[in-house]
Ligand binder design. Structure first.
Ligand SMILES: Nc1ncnc2c1ncn2[C@@H]1O[C@H](COP(=O)(O)OP(=O)(O)OP(=O)(O)O)[C@@H](O)[C@H]1O
Ligand SMILES: Nc1ccn([C@H]2C[C@H](O)[C@@H](COP(=O)(O)O)O2)c(=O)n1
Length: 211
């Protein structure tokens, strides 16, 4: 079975996907990390992040590997674990530019579709575009202020600055971020992390991770 968890930036997708996947004893896949990895390679190579052709040449010459560990996905570039470099304000600014490129989206989609089910996949378009056949789809929301307050515990910037950046990223990512028509939408604002995970588990057709 494939479970998709999409939603706006910092709505809890990766934390929730990790918890749901652990409960189901299956891997989870954080698709945003592939977009972040592509952005890192582009920045390291000094590329214009709007240049899809140059980015694709770089991605093909220096492949990225997503390692779907239960405690948190890792991204490898050659023999180096680059995961820690993928979450910063600089990366957040660049990644929406890269994720808007159809050529890069096709590259990410191909990596994801090559993975063997069962798994939980989180991102923006898992339920709409990448795995439309998934039998269980969820979409997480929360107000920008609540998301910024949560994120402020992980970043040096203050809540208003984080909130403004989240609102901007929501706008830049809007084209690929609509919920699937058959997704269960969950406002995570009033819920704890465990509460969101339980709500999703309660909606699943069966807690048996079959293909
Ligand atoms: N329901 C919740 N209650 C309290 N804190 C939460 C909840 N859900 C997520 N968090 C916290 O909010 C922060 C953002 O969560 P997370 O990184 O999982 O979001 P995300 O949607 O994957 O983010 P991004 O879009 O940037 O990849 C984390 O610190 C996480 O622990
Ligand atoms: N399926 C996806 C996953 C991610 N993106 C974009 C949107 C974000 O700006 C960026 C990083 O994702 P995050 O780590 O915040 O989940 O990648 C996308 O367009 N489609």
């Amino acid at each position: 079975m494939i479970v998709t968890i999409d939603g706006v930036a910092a709505s809890g997708k990766s934390s929730v996907a990790s918890g749901v996947a652990r409960a189901l004893q299956v891997p989870y896949i954080s698709s945003g990390l592939l977009y972040r990895g592509a952005t890192l390679l582009g920045l390291q190579a000094g590329l214009d992040l709007h240049d899809a052709r140059a980015l694709l040449v770089t991605l093909q010459a220096q492949p990225l590997r997503l390692e779907p560990l239960a405690e948190g996905n890792r991204v490898w570039h050659a023999e180096q674990d680059v995961t820690e470099q993928l979450h910063s304000t600089r990366m957040d600014r660049g990644v929406s530019v890269v994720a808007a490129l159809p050529e890069v989206r096709a590259w990410v989609d191909a990596q994801l579709r090559a993975l063997e089910a069962p798994f939980v996949a989180e991102g923006r378009d898992m339920g709409t575009n990448v795995f439309p056949q998934a039998p269980a789809k969820f979409y997480l929301t929360a107000s920008p202020r609540i998301r910024a307050e949560r994120r402020a515990r992980e970043r040096p910037e203050d809540v208003p600055a984080i909130e403004a950046a989240l609102i901007l990223r929501d706008q830049l990512d809007a084209a690929q971020s609509a919920p699937a028509t058959d997704a269960v939408v969950i406002d995570t604002g009033p819920l704890t992390l465990e509460g969101v995970i339980e709500a999703i588990l309660a909606h699943l057709p069966a807690r048996v991770p079959s293909a």
